[in-house]
Design a protein around this ligand. Structure first.
Ligand SMILES: [Zn+2]
Length: 473
């Protein structure tokens, strides 16, 4: 008997008004959990059964069996048997998924909970390609969410790569939320690795602290300036701008402003600075891809908390599914180029027609050929250009912002064109970079991209078949 109303009848009358049904439910759950742990039975089976399950599923599949999920690595604390809470870690993947892990030098990791009765964490790990498609590599089930658990996931993946491909691969970046355990695990795994910070988690945390700033205008201004700094394209720019931001708000009265500024600088500049775009170029700045996979898993695979045998079967079957989806040529395959939709081609064609010689300045620099455009398509101001070259001498945040917003700069190196606008940093493509490629004849736009008159936007959906040739251009 575990239902709150049934149990209520055993509680003395004088106490009944003081106890709510949800308190009873919580108590029953606590007792259940304690009993599971005392019985030393993860998922309702004992540690010997778990060891047995691991050994059955640890065989490395043949090299042509790319989609079979297996236990890549595991750890069971030898002292576990005498502990009330078993310490274990299991990482599963497939040969095909492991081969995706070496295609990106940023691994993304997260923890997700409450998928089984005991609430043990699951750690999915994955990579994102240039079309911004997230690819899960595998996942770990562990008894805790500690530094050792995160470290196990990283080591297990590295081990899986060397086991299946005989490669000694090391990523450059690990992306996660702000958990201290992730930071420590990354350093333990390899002190040279860079610890990228999910921008979405970062700004959520900042908002909590920002809510204590009383003046609403100041709050908005702080938020906008932090968003602006997030677009920094390089480490130098990031530190330069955070210094200017510090200077801007240091002179403002109020203890609330001082407290927030101190928090922002110590936490997000000194301790965890990996949240700006240039920290890991051509990599995502948020873990959104990974998190939407987690949401999908929770909504579709674990709608109810499953008992052990069913849970373990899903634990093995999902990587098999992710792997098999990548077997055939299609949307789920790895993309090493950004996706260019027809609407983007149209924007680029229109932009390339609007740009004129007089509002383009060309500079030859060590980094490549710079093509600088004024933002409003007017004649480019030579003084503005001087500011651009000399931008580091601007020592006021707002002046820097207004000067920088008045132009944007493209860099051409061989056939590669990059832009310093926000869209390029986030999507690895923008109408300016694509438009410049069209101007320089490095690419040919599809004919239907020219079929929209200048100034008009393409309607969503598939375009109509191209009209007569004369209506093109
Ligand atoms: Zn751009």
């Amino acid at each position: 008997m575990t239902k709150p109303l049934q149990l209520m009848q055993y509680i003395p009358d004088e106490l009944q008004s003081k106890i709510t049904p949800s308190q009873i439910t919580n108590y029953v759950q606590r007792v259940k959990k304690r009993n599971y742990n005392q019985n030393n039975t993860p998922f309702g089976m004992n540690i010997f059964n778990l060891k047995n399950w691991i050994s059955i599923n640890s065989f490395l599949p043949d090299s042509d069996n790319k989609d079979m999920c297996f236990v890549v690595d595991h750890f069971i604390d030898p002292l576990t048997i005498n502990h009330s809470i078993p310490v274990f870690r299991i990482f599963v993947s497939t040969r095909r998924l492991l081969s995706y892990a070496i295609l990106s030098d940023m691994w993304q990791v997260d923890a997700t909970y409450k998928l089984n009765w005991q609430g043990y964490p699951l750690f999915p790990i994955g990579v994102t390609d240039m079309s911004k498609q997230f690819h899960p590599i595998g996942w770990a089930l562990t008894s805790y969410e500690t530094t050792e658990d995160f470290e196990f996931v990283l080591r297990a993946l590295k081990h899986g790569i060397s086991k299946t491909m005989e490669k000694n691969f090391m990523p450059k970046f690990i992306m996660g939320d702000a958990a201290e355990a992730i930071s420590k695990a990354v350093t333990n795994f390899n002190p040279h690795l860079k610890r990228a910070m999910c921008w979405y988690h970062m700004i959520n945390r900042v908002d909590v602290h920002l809510s204590k700033v009383r003046d609403p205008n100041l709050k908005t201004s702080f938020r906008k300036d932090i968003e602006y700094i997030q677009n920094s394209g390089s480490e130098m720019k990031f530190f330069y701008l955070t210094n200017l931001l510090e200077k801007k708000y240091l002179g403002i009265e109020g203890e609330d402003v001082k407290v927030f500024l101190k928090y922002f600088i110590s936490h997000w500049r000194e301790k965890l600075p990996g949240w700006y775009e240039g920290y890991a170029q051509f990599h995502p700045s948020t873990n959104n891809g990974l998190e939407s996979t987690n949401r999908w898993i929770k909504a579709n695979q674990f709608r109810e908390k499953l008992p052990l045998n069913e849970f373990l079967s899903v634990f093995l079957s999902l990587p098999t599914k992710w792997s098999a989806e990548r077997k055939i040529e299609g949307r789920k395959n790895w993309n090493s180029q950004p996706n260019i939709e027809l609407s983007k081609w149209t924007e680029a064609c229109q932009w390339s027609q609007k740009v004129q010689d007089f509002n383009t300045s060309i500079l030859f620099t060590e980094d490549g050929v710079k093509r600088i455009h004024s933002s409003n398509m007017e004649k480019i101001d030579i003084e503005l250009l001087k500011n651009f070259v000399d931008i580091w001498s601007v020592n006021c945040f707002d002046t820097y912002k207004s000067v920088k917003n008045s132009f944007f700069s493209l860099t051409v190196v061989g056939e590669n064109v990059s832009c310093d606008c926000i869209s390029f940093k986030k999507n690895y493509i923008c109408s300016h970079s694509l438009g410049t490629k069209i101007i320089l004849k490095l690419v040919t736009a599809p004919a239907e991209a020219w079929a929209i008159p200048l100034g008009q936007k393409r309607k969503p959906g598939r375009p109509k078949k191209a009209g007569p040739a004369l209506s093109l251009i």
